[in-house]
Design a protein around this ligand. Structure first.
Ligand code: HEC
Length: 144
């Protein structure tokens, strides 16, 4: 059954299970309800201005977050926060997020369907930190 699933199905199934309430605890008391998906959804409007309502950005130079790998997403945020020189609007927003908030946002955006977007050649090359890296030469050759 899993073999018939495409990437989008898998994301939807993951988001569905993440949104289910937890089972009751051994003591019989109900565990507090927490939905990472709903938490991420509630936090996401703060990111919409730049990254788009559903995580599909329409602004050149601003990456889309829809369908992004949750693990990569969390690492990207943490790396961004550690770059001291970048005191941007996004930086100040991210600084207030807990680890759980970041993971919730990651799950929410991962479950959004990415809209294909044309990468602009200059953008691909500009994002490489080291311009002499072999991959830059390869990308330049491909897109020339
Ligand atoms: C003021 C505009 C703005 C807002 C608001 C904003 N971002 Fe960003 N974000 C950007 C830009 C521009 C980049 C690309 C920066 C770079 O590559 O250094 C980015 C990059 C990212 C990345 C890295 C993506 C990648 O593919 O490398 C993540 C993750 C991210 N933002 C998450 C968020 C989250 C979560 C929020 C809401 C809490 C948010 N952003 C709010 C402008 C914004």
């Amino acid at each position: 059954m899993v073999e018939g699933m495409n990437e989008v199905d898998a994301r939807h199934v993951a988001a569905y299970y993440a949104s289910l309430p937890p089972i009751t605890t051994a003591s019989g008391k109900e565990a507090p309800l927490f939905s990472p998906y709903e938490t991420g959804k509630a936090l996401a409007p703060a990111c919409a201005k730049c990254h788009g309502e559903d995580g599909n950005s329409k602004i050149p130079g601003t990456p889309s977050l829809a369908g992004q790998q949750p693990r990569y997403f969390v690492v990207a945020i943490q790396e961004y926060l550690h770059r001291d020189s970048q005191k941007t609007q996004m930086h100040s927003m991210l600084a207030g997020l807990s680890r759980l908030d970041m993971e919730s946002l990651a799950l929410y955006f991962a479950s959004q369907t990415p809209v294909p977007r044309a990468a602009r050649r200059w953008l691909v090359i500009r994002r490489q930190a080291n311009r002499s890296a072999p991959c830059v030469a390869a990308v330049t050759a491909l897109t020339a």
